[in-house]
Design a protein around this ligand. Structure first.
Ligand code: GDP
Ligand code: MG
Length: 190
């Protein structure tokens, strides 16, 4: 497993993907262990912080950002992405279009967040994770194999492919595992 040297213990994590894939519900499930459909009338973006532990048992705060739904109509803007330490890409396993937009979201993230990297060479060594959501439904059109194939295109020379998870924000399956993986991808100094 590759590690990313980050001299801090509050990690900014942004969640991106098409509107409706379940980004807000995934965060709610991870933070509150609940599935809520409540409409959130915030403007812009907000974050909630949750403590997790690294493999070495060190405490890390995940500062998890979420949009107010503006991804449906407009770009999220640089402030949302700036300074991100990890990026969660979400699609809906029952909706192929949301899966086909992952390349767009990944490159949008890299452009807006100003992660320094050489565009001409290998993909940047940045902690992305991929979550295929809504696996509780019976309309799956994107297989695990397809998701893996997508993630393997973006394997940095020095590291593994983008880790792939599947989850249900509704019943909680896979949610904790995916988010806590973020803390394992970063190396926090002792
Ligand atoms: P966002 O636009 O990506 O933030 O998506 P939301 O979190 O607002 O969810 C969009 C819709 O999908 C809502 O109606 C949710 O109730 C529903 N939803 C989200 N996650 C799941 C899931 O895992 N399973 C099912 N069945 N529905 C979900
Ligand atoms: Mg949302």
């Amino acid at each position: 497993e590759s590690s990313f040297l980050m001299p801090k213990d509050i990690l900014k994590v942004v969640i991106i993907g098409d509107g409706g894939v379940g980004k807000t519900c995934l965060r709610n499930q991870f933070i509150h262990k609940r599935f809520t459909n409540a409409y959130k009338a915030t403007i812009g973006a907000d974050f909630i912080t949750k403590e997790v532990r690294t493999e070495e048992g060190k405490k890390v705060m995940l500062q998890i950002w979420d949009t107010a739904g503006q991804e449906r109509f407009q770009s999220l803007g640089v402030a949302y992405y700036r300074g991100a330490d990890a990026c969660v890409l979400v699609y809906d396993v029952n909706n192929f279009v949301t899966f086909s937009h992952l390349d767009h979201w990944r490159s949008e993230f890299l452009k807006q967040s100003s992660i320094p990297y050489d565009h001409s060479s290998s993909p940047p060594d940045f902690p992305f994770i991929l979550i295929g959501n809504k696996i509780d439904l019976d309309d799956r059109v994107v297989s695990r194999r397809q998701a893996k194939a997508w993630s393997q295109q973006y394997s940095p020379r020095t590291g593994p492919a983008i880790p792939c998870f599947e989850a249900s924000a509704k019943d909680g399956t896979g949610v904790e595992e995916a988010f806590t993986h973020i803390a394992r991808m970063v190396k926090v100094p002792q």
